[in-house]
Design a protein around this ligand. Structure first.
Ligand SMILES: C[S@@+](CC[C@H](N)C(=O)[O-])C[C@H]1O[C@@H](n2cnc3c(N)ncnc32)[C@H](O)[C@@H]1O
Length: 386
């Protein structure tokens, strides 16, 4: 396929997204209808679609309209692509661009439009963080893998991946993290992945899992386990009894097979009984720290939804506090960059639960080294001896 045909395909897919389909569904549908496209074509088209979703506001402004064609024109203008070469009208390429289709130049866009977030979201973080955070979230996310140290070393993983044509390098700061720098789309077919030597996991998510205190031989509960990314990362670190719970048990359906592949034991529990030495709450949140991976979230989040999430998080924390053994640890995590889901949520929890203290707090800003996350390590004070 030519670059023009890639753009025509992206226009078709974005048309469906604008009509209400999710990006993943629209991409899968296009792939099914377009058997002629090879894996490199599919990767190039996916890249265009996700770039538009990340930069939707500025692309619409520069392309003169929030239509599928306008968005692609705006994106290409931003990237300095020769529009005449791509929108050539030749073969499968889209029709040439007329001067009326040009929107505003980059310099004329407001800061929130350049940041590619809604106005109310733009104002939510302090001015000193805005430029760095919003510009990172407009970019493509790096791909990270976690090396399962029970199965081998980072060097083993890099070698095995290279044998399958996947290039990876060690992460500068996170011990068992690799950045996949070439042929990431082959990762899930690689022997290193299929044999349980690596898992796909963001580097900040790995760093956060490494910081949760896990006593050897203790009872550890992942209260919002979802797919189990953090459960598996913690279980790879220490010998302890791991329990996974989620209000939506269907989300944990792959966890037993993933645990088996990784050579660790995790018990899935629907009814949580007893107390635990460590309770981890990786709560549902705005996902704002990982919006470059899931860019649709930044356009669909509303202030009302955010308020509802904050209230759900508070309820989960209170429930999890009751499950924490005296002297135990309650770890609270989000992939959010907003204060009300992070530090302010914990301050409110501490005022409701004076028997807990804040032991550690970690902020991970979204960057080339990982997504945005927050972690609070809380401790339940030992009851005083009379
Ligand atoms: C951020 S995701 C967890 C991701 C997961 N820890 C991982 O690393 O892959 C949040 C999870 O919380 C679950 N959840 C929402 N409300 C809950 C509740 N009241 N109790 C337990 N889990 C809940 C959701 O179903 C969702 O799977």
């Amino acid at each position: 396929m030519t670059p023009g045909a890639h753009v025509a395909a992206a226009i078709e897919i974005i048309d469906r997204i604008l009509a209400g389909e999710t990006a993943d569904r629209a991409l899968i549908g296009w792939t099914r209808r377009s058997r002629f496209a090879g894996s490199k074509d599919r990767a190039a088209i996916r890249d265009l679609v996700f770039s538009v979703l990340r930069r939707r506001r500025s692309a619409a402004a520069m392309g003169g309209a929030c239509t599928c064609r306008g968005l692609l024109i705006g994106l290409m203008r931003q990237d300095g692509v020769d529009l005449g070469a791509v929108f050539s009208g030749q073969g499968y390429a889209p029709a040439p661009v007329s001067p009326e289709e040009f929107g505003a130049p980059w310099e004329a866009l407001s800061p929130a439009v350049q940041a590619d977030v809604p106005d109310w979201v733009y104002d939510k973080i302090e001015p000193s963080r805005r430029d760095a955070v919003w510009s990172v979230l407009r970019q493509r996310a790096p791909v990270f893998a976690r090396v399962n140290r029970r199965a081998g070393s980072p060097e083993d993983a890099i070698r095995m991946l290279a044998d399958d044509g996947v290039q990876a390098v060690p992460h500068q700061k996170v011990m068992n993290a690799l950045e996949v720098v070439g042929n990431a789309r082959r990762l899930k077919q690689s022997a290193a992945y299929l044999d349980g030597l690596i898992e796909l996991q963001d580097a900040s998510s790995q760093a956060l899992s490494d910081l949760v205190p896990i006593p050897e031989g203790g009872r550890i509960l992942d209260f919002c386990a979802g797919g189990g990314g953090k459960t598996l990362a913690m279980a790879a670190r220490v010998e302890a009894s791991f329990f996974a719970h989620d209000i939506a048990p269907g989300r944990m359906v792959d966890l037993p097979s993933r645990a088996k592949r990784a050579g660790v034991e995790v018990t899935v529990v629907n009814d949580v009984i007893g107390k635990f030495d460590t309770v981890v709450c990786d709560v549902p949140c705005s996902g704002s720290g990982s919006w470059r991976r899931n860019p649709e979230g930044k356009w669909t989040l509303t202030p009302e939804q955010l308020a509802e999430l904050v209230s759900t998080q508070a309820n989960i924390l209170d429930e999890a506090a009751d499950l924490t053994a005296p002297g135990g640890t309650l770890a609270y995590a989000t992939c959010s960059i907003f204060a009300e889901e992070n530090g302010a949520q914990i301050a409110a929890f501490l005022s409701r639960n004076p028997s807990f203290v804040l032991r550690e707090e970690h902020y991970f800003e979204p960057s080339s080294k990982g997504d945005g996350f927050y972690l609070a390590i809380l401790g339940e004070a030992e009851p005083a001896v009379a």
